[in-house]
Design a protein. Structure first.
Length: 508
């Protein structure tokens, strides 16, 4: 397959807001891809080279100045091989050799192909092939049910490999995917609830648990072998030895647990979220211990529990996690549920989770079976740009441009700005970090690659013609950056619009 075919499809997908049109274009491309390049095709279309980080920085790629080829002759397989060679180059002089390899690759690419490769390698490829759209395209190309593809993806955690399996083996091969201890699966997600009373009424028989201000973890143990992953499926086992030791001591042979971890003060209250996250990347900060709180059991001693109701999964959890089960109440009365809320907030946590006891574990999905109840509205938005401050904030990047995720795969939709809630420490970090991912800047504003997620607290939203989504945030303020989340997990524009007063929920 020529790279030009992929580039043309990417451009067509980016040019339409129609989800059906995106799926049709991607499906047609996948049908025409030979088995040996499907991995690369899907990886390129979702904006991530199959090799991951190839060792060539953003500036290196942008500084390449190579005359473009006149005709399209470069194949997807050749690009994939070239990126593989760049990624495996190491040792003395490796930086220069990477530049030479990329220069050769770009010299064989047309202008349109060069543009595509630059955006692919710098994280700027926003052609609209997000996971949901690509999953539908894979199902269409392989002529298999969409739910079968989604379940296989949830269990494998790898979209390109799921595509290969679907196209080569169909539904039967996809159905062969099973939970594998040691291989992370995508976490089940929750939706916001309007209130505790509404969540209780909607879900009926439920459990109400503390919603911690911590970081999501997924724990796998098989004998003495332990693996610990973040919510984005990044392995952090080596940086959290205290958690590894604790999991090895649990009364079981094999287990997969879902939970949260956080650092606590001497008084047992949660430390700032950033302190917890700092442990995920620091192998030498052992004095800041992490404490785990588990709320689900997906596998125990050879038995997979994904499709068992939550009531049964919690029974298994209590037998294996003991004192490390997250605080909460099973089938509480309204008064008991409110007492759980009060206890959670009193301990310094965010609120509560309300979960249907009949629900199965829908990995990677955000449904209504799990609902989060918090005293204030918060959204996870994508940073699109930032303005230079004035007065006391002169010299700092201050006023953030915020975007909600387009569920149909388009670029984030701007919904407002804020400079409130930023401490001097965060302003200093933000000024450095955002300039490192800048795509363009002037004396007033710095536009950035849409890769950082930030949690925003707000009083609500209002109809506004000022922004393309038709809504604007009211009294928005920064809570924290969310390095544990990527833009694919950000709040959608539909979820933002859902905060409008009922009579105004029309949207453009």
């Amino acid at each position: 397959m020529l790279l030009s075919e992929l580039v043309d499809t990417s451009a067509a997908v980016a040019a339409t807001r129609s989800r059906l049109a995106k799926v049709k274009a991607l499906s047609a491309l996948l049908r025409g891809a030979t088995a040996d390049v499907v991995l690369a095709v899907v990886s390129f279309l979702i904006g991530t080279p199959r090799q991951g980080r190839i060792g060539a920085g953003w500036r290196t790629v942008l500084d390449l100045s190579v005359p473009a080829a006149d005709q399209a002759a470069l194949t997807v397989a050749e690009v994939d091989a070239a990126l593989g060679a760049v990624a495996t180059t190491s040792g003395k002089g490796s930086a220069g050799r990477r530049v030479d390899l990329l220069t050769d690759l770009f010299s064989r690419a047309t202008a349109a192909e060069q543009d595509f490769l630059r955006r692919l390698l710098t994280g700027e490829l926003r052609q609209g092939a997000l996971e949901g759209v690509m999953l539908d395209a894979i199902a269409s190309a392989a002529d298999v049910p969409g739910e079968t593809v989604r379940r296989a993806f949830m269990l494998s955690g790898r979209l390109p490999e799921t595509a290969v399996t679907a196209l080569e083996g169909g539904a039967e091969a996809l159905e062969a995917f099973r939970l594998e201890v040691g291989r992370p699966l995508r976490p089940m997600l929750a939706s916001p609830a309007e209130s505790l009373d509404e969540a209780l009424a909607e879900l009926g028989s439920c459990v109400v648990e503390h919603k911690l201000d911590g970081a999501r973890i997924q724990v796998h143990r098989d004998g003495d072998e332990v693996h610990i992953y973040t919510r984005t499926l990044r392995e952090i086992t080596k940086t959290v030895p205290e958690l590894v030791e604790l999991v090895r001591g649990l009364p079981c042979t094999s287990v997969v647990l879902d939970g949260e971890t956080l650092a606590l003060t001497d008084e047992g209250r949660p430390r700032p979220f950033q302190e917890t996250m700092s442990r995920f990347g620091a192998q030498d900060e052992r004095e800041l211990l992490l404490h785990p709180y588990f709320f689900d059991c997906l596998h125990l001693d050879g038995k997979d529990l994904l499709d068992e109701p939550l009531r049964d999964r919690l029974a298994a959890l209590r037998t294996v996690a003991g004192e490390h089960v997250i605080p909460g109440a099973l089938d509480p009365s309204p008064d008991e549920a409110n007492a759980v809320v009060a206890a959670s907030l009193g301990a310094g946590h965010e609120g509560v989770m309300v979960k249907s006891l009949s629900s199965v574990y829908a990995a990677g999905r955000r449904g209504r079976a799990w609902q989060k109840v918090k005293p204030v509205h918060t959204l996870d938005l994508v940073v699109l740009g930032v303005e230079w401050g004035s007065g006391r904030r002169r010299g700092w990047l201050s006023n953030l441009h915020l975007g909600a995720r387009d569920p149909d795969g388009g670029p984030p939709v701007m919904v407002g700005k804020t400079f409130k809630g930023l401490t001097d420490e965060l302003l200093t970090w933000q000024t450095k970090a955002l300039q490192e991912i800048a795509t363009e800047q002037n004396d007033w504003v710095v536009m950035v690659r849409p890769e950082l997620v930030i949690e925003i607290e707000l009083d609500g939203v209002q109809v506004s013609p000022r922004y393309p989504g038709g809504v604007a945030l009211r009294f928005a303020r920064v809570v924290r950056y969310r390095p544990d989340k990527d833009p694919a997990e950000a709040t959608t524009i539909e979820e933002v619009r859902a905060l409008l007063p009922t009579a105004l929920k029309t949207g453009p």
